[in-house]
Design a protein around this ligand. Structure first.
Ligand SMILES: [Zn+2]
Length: 160
């Protein structure tokens, strides 16, 4: 029996890739957006507002591998901008409200929308990275840096 491996260009044809279990992208992103572990759906991704847990408390899936970086604010700004700006322009064209009405309407709405979208977006991005075996979420990856916990505040020395 011959086994055929699909390669994706960057893999060495002489060493066929190990078959990894399929990770459904949409489920992982929805679970991450709902602050649920993308692997088991039970544990929590976040420890605080935007800081992720080191690992899932239920199944042990490690989350510290994620490299969401600037992507959550980028997507948040894009989405919020595409909601607020057309709404602002529509209100201005239809009713010409006073400037103070614009200010008291759009500033709080923008802040509220940004704060409410940032965490689900980050969770979805971490879920996406997990589902695609990106960074350290790939158990075969060798290029990911090991997890180094931040030093406790008491151990940080002042230079002055
Ligand atoms: Zn889990």
């Amino acid at each position: 029996m011959t086994v055929r491996y699909e390669t994706h260009g960057n893999q060495d044809a002489a060493a066929p890739a190990q078959a990894k279990p399929h990770r459904p992208v949409l489920t992982a992103m929805l679970r991450g957006a709902a602050n649920k572990c993308m692997n088991c759906g039970n544990g929590k991704v976040f420890d605080g507002f935007l800081a992720t847990n080191h690992a899932c408390s239920s199944c042990g899936q490690e989350f510290h591998h994620h490299r969401a970086d600037d992507a959550p604010p980028y997507f948040t700004i894009t989405i919020v901008g595409h909601i607020i700006i057309p709404a602002l322009l529509a209100v201005e064209v239809l009713w010409h409200p006073a400037l103070w009405i614009h200010m008291s309407l759009w500033v709080p709405l923008t802040i509220l929308l940004a704060l409410s979208l940032m965490r689900p977006i980050k969770g979805a991005l971490v879920g996406l990275q997990w589902a695609l075996y990106m960074h350290g979420f790939d158990p075969d990856a060798e290029d990911d840096l090991p997890f180094v916990p931040a030093p406790a505040p008491a151990t940080v020395e002042r230079l002055s």
